[in-house]
Design a protein around this ligand. Structure first.
Ligand code: UT7
Length: 360
């Protein structure tokens, strides 16, 4: 049975830097609050109408493909993780296939909707396809454009200051050499908390779950009758009430994250037959520097064993792990033979981890 190895990696972020100070011009917030609570100093936003989730993914993919030294036509499967696709449908995978100029290959393109865990859900999925022998060269991408969907008034400040745009990609190939491969992957979810971090409109639910579970801060007094064949997905009333923005109960997410990260990291290490002492580098999802510092402290990991770049990019959801892994490789923080653990927690709730031996 073949193993999966990363043969190419790349990342891309938009050029437009937005500092915490810039955000104070549109909402009541401060550089001090953002740094203290999240560690974030700046993030990148796309040039609207000129860049998209797919276009960021294209740049990251081309870098990963060049790094792998393969032709883009050799890719036999695309896996695209994002919560901010360019279209509600079709998915981002087919757009990426077209924009890479490889539509004529007619390879399959799969979209993954597991938010912050999306890249690791994608890695686990791709790993199974390679192990089964079905595919040999998979392009796995995490890309997000948050900046076009955030509430930039004070009402949305608890969410908006955190997120940024970016992309990361890897080329995964089959290998016989276990010593340079993905050693374990694990995925979890608990839908009990689905709305704690969510973007519910547009959606087909028409208020159903809000009524059923009494979701804090939401009501169903939207005018669903008016224009009822077109307006339940979303309507003017929802727009006026500011419902068409992400919703996050930050403390609930934080508390669960710091519990689940250590659990899932230990689970993935155990599956790989390793312990925490074998770990050379932990690359956690970049949601909040304080979460990552808490996890490192709980697990007794020194600072040099945890890679963080949230200070410069904010939370880029599905892009954050490949973006961090790519930068860590470029900076020489991840070297051939290193045991690297990737771990994520986010909306759903979903959480996941993977352990690999770096082979580049
Ligand atoms: O990647 C997806 C996973 N997401 C996460 O893991 C996020 C996890 N959660 C968090 O990182 C934190 O909960 C946040 C950074 C989102 C918020 O930090 P917090 O310490 O939990 O703040 P809070 O929401 O409890 O709000 C504390 C105060 C409130 O004011 P009052 O009610 O105490 O007067 C907020 O209104 O801070 C206020 N606040 C802000 N103030 C200035 C909230 N956002 C801001 C802001 N600037 N941007």
């Amino acid at each position: 049975m073949p193993f999966t190895t990363i043969t190419g990696i790349g990342h891309y972020v938009p050029k437009n830097v937005v500092t915490n100070q810039d955000l104070t011009e549109v909402m009541e917030t401060s550089d001090e609050w953002i740094r203290e609570r999240t560690g974030i100093e700046e993030r990148r936003y796309i040039d609207r109408g000129k860049e998209t989730t797919t276009s960021l993914a294209v740049e990251a993919s081309l870098r990963a493909i060049a790094d792998a030294g393969i032709d883009k036509e050799d890719i036999d499967f695309i896996v695209f993780a994002t919560l901010s696709p360019d279209y509600y449908f079709p998915g981002a995978g087919v757009l990426l296939q077209r924009e890479l100029g490889i539509a004529k290959t007619e390879i399959a393109a799969l979209d993954i909707r597991a938010q912050c865990s999306g890249f690791l859900y994608g890695l686990s999925t791709a790993d199974q396809f390679i192990k089964s022998g079905m595919y040999k060269r998979i392009l796995l991408v995490g890309a997000e454009v948050h900046s076009v969907g955030l509430d930039f008034t004070t009402r949305g400040r608890n969410v908006s200051v955190i997120f940024g745009d970016g992309a990361g990609a890897v080329v995964l190939e089959a290998t016989e050499d276990k010593d340079i491969s993905v050693l374990s992957t694990t995925m979890h979810s608990d839908g009990t908390y689905a709305e704690k971090l969510s973007y519910m409109y547009p959606g087909a639910h028409g208020g159903y779950f809000i009524e059923k579970y009494g979701i804090e801060g939401f009501d169903v007094d939207y005018n669903l009758e008016e224009n009822s064949y077109g307006g339940v997905f979303w309507n003017q009333d929802m727009l006026d009430k500011g419902r068409v923005f992400p919703h996050m109960e930050g403390q609930a997410v934080f508390k669960m994250a710091v519990r689940k990260f250590p659990e899932v990291i230990m689970e993935a290490l155990k599956m790989a037959g390793l312990g925490i002492e074998d770990l050379d580098m932990l690359i956690p999802h970049q949601a909040n520097l304080r979460i990552n510092q808490f996890v490192a402290h709980t697990m007794g990991l020194s600072e040099d064993k945890v890679y963080n770049n949230i200070m410069r990019y904010g939370n880029t959801t599905a892009a954050s792990i490949p973006l961090a892994l790519s930068e860590a490789r470029d900076e020489g923080r991840v070297k051939k033979g290193d045991v690297v653990t990737l771990a994520a927690f986010g909306a759903g709730f979903t959480w996941a981890a993977a352990v690999l031996k770096w082979g580049k």
